[in-house]
Structure formats: structure tokens, C-alpha cells
Design a protein around this ligand. Structure first.
Ligand SMILES: [Zn+2]
Length: 80
């Protein structure tokens, strides 16, 4: 009796460590619409504003459309 089909992986190639998916938590909050989502600038909840934009760097940082509009206005005044 010989066991041929069950060969161990060659030395040097170890299986990758099981790491958690990167943005599962953020996805969950999005799906559940949890109250964690609020503007980091004016602290309004998602339901209180038209749109909430997530930071590209951190899924826990948001800015609402009102703050974006305000900032654009201020920048426009400063630049122009
Ligand atoms: Zn805001």
C-alpha cells in the first residue's frame, strides 16, 4: 500500500497566514447603517445630511456634504 496522492508542499513554500479581510468592519457598518457614521467635522449623523463621504485613508472618518460645501466656499473665498 502506497500513499502517492498526498504529497506535502515543497520546503520553502509555506502557506500564507490566515489574516482577516481588510475592510470587513467598515462594510458591516455600511450594510447595517449603524449610527457610528457621522460627520467628523460637524458631528451630524448620516441621516441628518444628504451625503456622507468616507475618508480614503480611514473608514472611520467622514465628512458630510454640508461641510464639503462650506469648505469649498471658504477655499473659494481664500483663493479667489
Ligand atoms: Zn459635516
Amino acid at each position: 500500500m502506497t500513499h502517492v496522492g498526498n504529497v506535502p508542499p515543497p520546503a520553502g513554500t509555506k502557506p500564507p497566514p490566515s489574516k482577516p479581510p481588510p475592510s470587513k468592519r467598515a462594510q458591516n457598518t455600511l450594510l447595517r447603517g449603524v449610527s457610528e457614521e457621522r460627520c467628523s467635522f460637524c458631528a451630524k449623523w448620516r441621516r441628518e445630511v444628504k451625503a456622507l463621504i468616507t475618508s480614503a485613508c480611514s473608514p472611520e472618518i467622514f465628512i458630510c456634504n454640508e461641510c464639503v460645501g462650506l469648505a469649498a466656499e471658504m477655499l473659494g473665498e481664500q483663493i479667489g
